[in-house]
Design a protein around this ligand. Sequence first.
Ligand code: NAP
Ligand code: MN
Length: 264
Amino acid sequence: MNFTVSSRGDDVSNRISQKIRSYLEEFKLSPNEEEPDIVISVGGDGTLLQAFHQYTNRLAETSFVGVHTGHLGFYADWQPEEVEKLVIHIAKTPFKVVEYPLLEVIIRHHNESKSERFLALNECSVKSIEGSVVMDIEIKGNLFETFRGDGLCISTPSGSTAYNKALGGAIVHPSLACIQVAEMASINNRVYRTIGSPLVLPQHHTCLLKPKNNADFQVTIDHQTLVQKDMKSIQCRVAEEKIRFARFRPFPFWKRVKESFITD
Ligand code: NAP
Ligand code: MN
């Protein structure tokens, strides 16, 4: 089995990464950065997001596991003290895989026939560079509302505990193949009206955001920020692809939510 270890880059994470590498090599696993069967990310959730984006071209062949070197992570749910146990699991047992849904984002521009496609593990957010975001929101091809406000956040179930949560969105169990649209400070009065509540859309219900003016936008895909000029639309839906996590022991999602946000 091929493996790779990706580190956040700080001293602690680098040391743990090195330890994992040498243990796995002792067990005769092969380091292979190009075609890993398992990617071990050492750092935080941000480190796992970066590792995910590095391997979006081979999601069907790759499983991810995260070791956290900060506080408890959502994706990075192994502790540094458990590294020996984790390595033995990886080397000796055929592991179970759990799949989480992803968000597909397609961005189109005026005067350009080519579109850009992205996958997000957490979310896509849209803000304007100057002034309010003004966009028509279409759901399944029908105009739903015209949004005016700071921006919008379209998240995956596993991303629902990140930016989405700070916007008052619901926490969604990753066994549900859906996406959530959450507003950022919408303008609501007699003239302008939006739904106000976060919306949860099932598979195949595409959400299309169409800017009403020719403003510049700041679009994020997980940790990456893109500046978009001349943007015609942002199309969001549940992706066909999924991310696979290597599971060696049960760690239920609601337990992770409780330990991260309420008490451990
Ligand atoms: P960051 O600024 O370090 O991320 C902000 C925090 O979100 C970190 O504590 C990060 O954990 C945590 N996080 C990431 N994914 C999560 C998830 N699925 N569930 C719960 N917490 C999660 O930047 P980053 O590490 O590159 O992460 C990028 C993410 O930051 C974006 O995808 C977005 O969700 C989030 N973000 C949140 C806000 C907000 O809450 N107001 C604003 C902008 C962006 P680690 O420390 O373990 O990395
Ligand atoms: Mn981070």
